[in-house]
Structures are given as C-alpha cells and as structure tokens.
Design a protein around this ligand. Sequence first.
Ligand SMILES: [Zn+2]
Length: 88
Amino acid sequence: MREWTRATHARTCGHCGRQLLRGDPILLIRVGHVRRLLPRCEACAGSEAPPDLPEVIEKSRTTKPMSKLSVSIPGIVERLKGVHGEQE
Ligand SMILES: [Zn+2]
C-alpha cells in the first residue's frame, strides 16, 4: 500500500536519509503483511505528492482521546478529569 501524507513530526527518508520536517509530504509504503511503514521523500517516491494533500492538523488539546477513554475506562477518566480540573 502506498499513501501520500504529511509528516506529523521530524522523520528521515527510509531511502536517501534526507531529513523530513513536520508538514513535508511523505509517501508511506506498507510492506506486505509486516506492519511497518517506510517513509519516502518526494525525490525517492518517483512522483510528486498530490497538490490537494491536506495540511497537518494541529492537535492542541488531548480532550478527544480522553473522551474515548470515558467510554471504556470511566474510573481512570474521572481521575484524569480531576487532575485536569485542578490545573485550570
Ligand atoms: Zn529520499
């Protein structure tokens, strides 16, 4: 599987070793049934990233993962909310 995306953090091209910065277009190659993604820079991918590639979405808060947890582990979330509430 080959999928264009943008780097969400600094990475290194798995082919040429070029430093890829956050927001740079990268081609992710999933190798067979091995759950490993190989990042490739545009030069190594052999094609240009699609122009409509969405920008990296900023994750400013961790409220979404916590709301997911509230469904499965309510006790822990209540504690986390308590800690979070004290900080504000
Ligand atoms: Zn490369």
